[in-house]
Ligand binder design. Structure first.
Ligand code: SAH
Ligand code: SF4
Length: 394
């Protein structure tokens, strides 16, 4: 790639990896009634499991059970754990009885030559993936890509996770425990060095109540204490949930997977486009209330010969004209059975240059991290399934 620094800020990010009037998506209300949420007793009527996860409870909710802030900290701060999990004085055992305190098993870790580690996280009979990506060498900073669902219901044709179909929502407790278990093993030790991205398996806005609860708990100052400005939720474009996200008290950053610039192409790639066409998505992003210096990230997976023309660059630039944004170009990460082609360096370069000429937005290119270990979220668990190992999503 021959760009100068001024032409584009090429950011070595991780390969984030990762329905309609005619095509019926099992939408949120239908799905939540099936949801096996284990914190549902705390957040809504969708409980199937009776158990509540300790990891999904806020400091206030624990206090209501007569358990103080120091125990909350012992649960949420993995550097205070011992023997692989949180410990507390025996006098709290009775008050915490019945809460599920199981730390998920990191069943497989695959270290890539580029420093990224792909982790298969076991949650009961299910498996999801997380990717741990140290940033600059020596900085200690880490980006952690986490999953919000087992599989995904959105059916995007270029995505490995889509091929698993929808398994279930993760509960807030499972999402929090996923984060804590990975950083307990791989770091960072200081939460200020952690950036969290919901770009693993699943559509986080399809599971918004649990994702929102998880973010709230992860941001509690006496817990891990993350800043919501260091958490990014990536969505395929669920318009009502984007509006709902805007109203959260603890609100993360928003990324939207655009991936096409005409409804025709987008509908072929992302069935959700048939329910929320580009005009509705753009209207939602235009009314989204951004905070000072906040920008929406538009993600654009480049598929050679599909969405990479100069006209696409023109329309992509125009799409974001009314809201503050940055554009993240993602060369498609090939996986078995998908009928697409990854762009060559020259094709990527051509598209990026065409875009640079038409927008003042910051453009980054998301480089694949951990591609030698099946980096695309969904690829590792799926490879296991295809090999005949235990299916992960059913
Ligand atoms: N469901 C959410 C978040 C998970 S997918 C969403 O779609 O935004 C995270 C990102 O990975 C999305 O931008 C998606 O377009 C991208 N992605 C999925 N499969 C990919 C692949 N094979 N190669 C490159 N990017 C991919
Ligand atoms: Fe994959 Fe995201 Fe589409 Fe789901 S919404 S199928 S995770 S790209």
């Amino acid at each position: 790639m021959s760009w100068t620094r001024d032409e584009a800020r090429k950011k070595v990010g991780h390969r984030f990896v990762c329905v309609s009037r005619a095509y019926k998506l099992p939408f949120v209300d239908e799905l939540t009634s099936e949801s096996k949420s284990d914190s549902a007793q705390c957040v809504g009527p969708s409980a199937v499991r009776k158990e509540v996860s300790l990891f999904g409870l806020s400091e206030r909710e624990l206090a209501a059970r007569g358990v103080g802030a120091s125990v909350f900290a012992r649960i949420q701060r993995p550097w205070l754990w011992s023997e692989g999990g949180p410990r507390w004085s025996a006098r709290y055992d009775e008050r915490l009885r019945g809460l599920r305190a199981l730390v998920p098993d990191l069943e497989e870790t695959h270290s890539s030559t580029d420093g990224a580690t792909k982790v298969v996280v076991r949650l009961g009979d299910d498996r999801v993936e997380a990717v741990h990506m140290p940033r600059d060498v020596g900085s200690g900073r880490v980006t952690l890509c986490v999953s919000s669902q087992v599989g995904c219901a959105m059916g995007c044709t270029f995505c490995a996770t889509a091929r698993m179909g929808f398994g279930r929502h993760l509960s807030a407790g499972e999402i929090v425990a996923q984060v804590l278990a990975v950083i307990a093993t791989l770091g960072p030790r200081h939460p200020g060095q952690l950036t969290l991205v919901f770009m693993g398996m699943g559509e986080p806005l399809h599971n918004l109540p649990e994702v929102a609860r998880a973010i709230t708990v992860l941001c509690e100052p006496r817990g891990l204490g993350l800043s919501p400005r260091r958490i990014t939720v990536s969505t395929s474009g669920l318009v009502p949930e984007i509006d709902a996200l805007a109203k959260l008290e603890t609100r993360p950053l928003l990324a939207v997977s655009l991936n096409a610039t005409t409804d025709e192409t987008r509908n072929q790639l992302m069935p959700i486009g048939r329910r929320y066409p580009l005009s509705e998505l753009r209207a939602a992003l235009t009314r989204y209330p951004l905070r000072a210096r906040e920008r929406i990230t538009l993600e654009y997976v480049l598929l050679a010969g599909v969405n990479d023309t100069a006209d696409d660059a023109e329309r992509l630039a125009a799409f974001g004209a009314l809201f503050s944004h940055q554009i993240n170009l993602i060369p498609w990460n090939a996986h078995a059975g998908a009928d697409f082609r990854a762009p060559t360096e020259a094709e990527l370069d051509r598209f990026a240059r065409a875009l640079l000429a038409r927008t003042r937005a910051v453009i980054t290119v998301r480089r694949s991290r951990g591609s030698d270990v099946g980096a695309a979220c969904g690829q590792l668990v799926r490879a296991r399934t295809l090999k005949g190992s235990q299916p992960s999503n059913k």
